[in-house]
Design a protein around this ligand. Structure first.
Ligand SMILES: [Zn+2]
Length: 233
């Protein structure tokens, strides 16, 4: 997915810069520095940053924060399920790091139109690095998806070096557990797994193949159910 040396439009760079600002806020709060913004019709309508430490909830990634802002707002405004789905289908997400498997699955279920990301997430990326959850179901082999994902257009590499330098700053400023960024992300993900599907945790770290797919299927279904409940209740 990542494209290097590409010329980005001024708008693309401006929106990613807003996501970088969110990531900087996360860094200032000693969180893993990932930030995002969501746009509708070219206008920023939500922003989010990683808040996993603050909330002590390993699923509170930047994307989830921004998505929940919109779901809360639209539900309070009395939008119907089809109106919410229609709105998501017009939204674009700019996020500093490739969405993880969990977030990519959620974005795909919600039917977001398009995603731009900065650096790749080579350990847990759900938009090409590990799995390709941005592709619609018909393009996935043996996905095990029972509820269906819509897929979304995805472009990586926008201001990737800036995103990586924030991770580096996070590491250099130290962290409570004395772990490198990769270990923190891994630990965060391990924590998610303990929350969500304890039994799958060991196999996840041992193989990228069958076990990861089993894990993701279980994991995705939990989030599918969560978001379907929110949207269709
Ligand atoms: Zn995520």
């Amino acid at each position: 997915m990542a494209s290097s040396g590409e010329e980005w439009s001024p708008d693309t760079l401006a929106f990613m810069d807003l996501a970088i600002q969110q990531a900087k806020l996360a860094l200032d709060s000693l969180e893993v520095p990932v930030g995002c913004v969501i746009l509708e019709d070219g206008k920023v309508i939500a922003a989010g940053r990683n808040r996993t430490t603050e909330t002590r909830n390993a699923t509170r990634h930047a994307e989830m924060e921004a998505i929940d802002v919109l779901l809360d707002q639209w539900q309070k405004n009395g939008l119907s399920q089809s109106e919410i789905a229609e709105k998501f289908s017009k939204c674009c997400l700019y996020v500093t790091c490739e969405p993880c498997i969990m977030c990519a699955a959620a974005l795909s279920i919600l039917g977001i139109k398009e995603v731009y990301y900065g650096c790749a997430n080579e350990k847990f990326g759900g938009c090409g690095s590990i799995l390709s959850l941005h592709l619609s179901d018909s393009k996935m082999l043996n996905s095990g998806d029972v509820l269906g994902r819509k897929g979304f257009k995805c472009t990586g590499g926008v201001m990737a070096s800036e995103a990586v330098s924030l991770f580096r700053s996070f590491y250099e400023q130290g962290n409570p557990n004395g772990m490198c960024c990769e270990c923190i992300i891994r630990a965060g993900f391990q924590e998610e797994k303990r929350h969500m599907v304890d039994e799958m945790a060991i196999s996840m770290t041992q193989s990228k193949c069958k076990s990861i797919f089993q894990f993701v299927s279980s994991f995705s279904i939990v989030f599918e159910l969560h978001y379907l409940y929110i949207i269709y209740q």
